[in-house]
Write a protein that binds this ligand. Structure first.
Ligand code: HGY
Ligand code: MN
Ligand code: MN
Length: 416
């Protein structure tokens, strides 16, 4: 059997997605919760590591808990073609976000091994810690450290809302590995991921040929006012941080209308203290997520947001503290890898369209060090970061087969 005849085992892939999805399962749904470095994340890591070991792959775990499993090639001096993604989820996550990229990568390698296809160049699949950034910002933390974008020591000190650090939590779950960071630079990197938006489904397209990732700006804002009695305190004497938070939320929504294009804005987290019906809040802690494919426009959005925040807080007599949780510029993937993805999908008779990614991905970090691109499969109803996240089995299979073909083609590609 030649490499071009290879096809992944659809049932094995879907079985593994379901088995991993059962870890941290959210009752009554097909979703799961495996926030980074929780016990559920550990259990997911243990399961995937077992599958990697069962294949006889060389597993390397680094200081931030990334795991890379390698199928050796004839020539170990050659850098691997690498794929991978993440197996941590948001708290109301689906079973495909990230998990598909890791398990399809494992499926590709298992298919190559089972067929006895000998390659000069190694193949590797990885999971990267805390891609979501929902517990420990920024997102893509593990792959950022892997490519040398953040020193390991700085990453290990990041704390969650309860003051628990990345380093201590990695230690606690037993995934603070010994492999050095930055990690080995791959020959090329390609990531399969669900689109998480409505474009492919709306247009009836099977494969997204991803050209890049939009810029991401996350800010945490702490607003400090004065708690007082909801009934006795005249409105003129109030300093209500909740009002400022609401004003800012509506303002950034207004920016998306004004700017149009790819501009998006989200206030995803908002906590009032003491959060009681008859107490004007003393503090409000909120997050503002702004994204745009154009960094210049994203910077304008950030400037307008900060200026309005200052004005609204001043008018209400409320104090402000801000903290940047993440700031990544837009990323363009490598045209040569994009072409390989498009050719592999087209040769398989699949419909394709080129597109940017609205979500952040580990691939955007690998694009800093090696030729990189991504493959998207459709999301039903464009829904993700939601327990009803779903991708049809035919699309899962198509995406994984494109990943297989792309990895084999990249293994033969000389980027010099
Ligand atoms: O936020 C994101 O875009 C990704 O899900 N981490
Ligand atoms: Mn993801
Ligand atoms: Mn996600």
């Amino acid at each position: 059997m030649t490499a071009t005849d290879l096809r992944i085992d659809r049932n094995r892939l879907i079985r593994r997605l379901d088995e991993l999805g059962a870890i941290g399962a959210i009752e009554g749904t097909i979703g799961c919760a495996r926030l980074a470095l929780t016990d559920e994340d550990r259990a997911g890591r243990d399961l995937v590591a077992t599958w990697m070991a069962d294949l006889g792959l060389e597993i390397s775990i680094d200081g931030i808990g990334n795991a890379v499993a390698t199928m050796p090639g004839f020539d170990p001096s050659l850098a691997p073609v690498m794929t991978g993604s993440h197996i941590d989820t948001v708290a109301t996550g689906g079973r495909y976000d990230g998990n598909l990229g890791v398990l399809a990568g494992l499926e590709v390698i298992e298919t190559v091994i089972a067929a006895g296809v000998a390659l000069d160049r190694p193949l590797a699949v990885g999971w990267f810690t805390d891609e979501e950034g929902a517990r420990f910002p920024p997102d893509m933390l593990g792959s950022l450290v892997y490519v040398g974008g953040m020193p390991l020591e700085a990453a290990l000190e990041i704390e969650d809302r309860d003051g628990l650090s990345v380093g201590d939590e990695l230690e606690r779950i037993g995934y603070r590995g010994a492999a050095p960071t930055p990690g080995r630079v791959p020959h090329a990197f390609v990531e399969l991921h669900i689109e998480q938006g409505p474009v492919l489904e709306d247009e009836g397209i099977t494969i997204g040929v991803v050209e890049g990732v939009q810029g991401i700006s996350w800010t945490e804002v702490t607003l400090t006012g004065q708690s007082c009695h909801a009934g006795t305190t005249p409105m003129r004497l109030r300093h209500d941080p909740g009002v400022v938070a609401a004003d800012v939320n509506l303002f950034v929504r207004g920016l998306t209308t004004e700017f149009g294009g790819s501009q998006v804005a989200t206030v995803g987290a908002l906590t009032l203290h003491p959060n009681l019906v008859n107490v004007v809040p003393s503090t409000a802690v909120m997050t503002v997520d702004l994204r745009n494919t154009d960094d210049g426009v994203l910077q304008q959005a950030e400037t307008r947001f900060r200026s309005h925040l200052a004005q609204a807080a001043d008018a209400e007599g409320v104090g402000i503290e801000t903290r940047v949780l993440a700031r990544f510029e837009p990323v363009d993937f490598d045209a040569r890898v994009i072409d390989v993805v498009e050719a592999a999908a087209t040769d398989a008779g699949l419909t394709t369209r080129r597109m940017p990614s609205g979500a952040g991905h580990d691939a955007q970090m690998f694009a800093r060090v090696c030729p990189t691109a991504m493959i998207f499969t459709p999301s039903v109803n464009g829904i993700s970061h939601n327990v009803t996240e779903y991708t049809e089995p035919d699309d899962l299979e198509a995406g994984a087969n494109v990943l297989l073909d792309v990895m084999l083609r990249l293994a033969e590609t000389d980027f010099a």
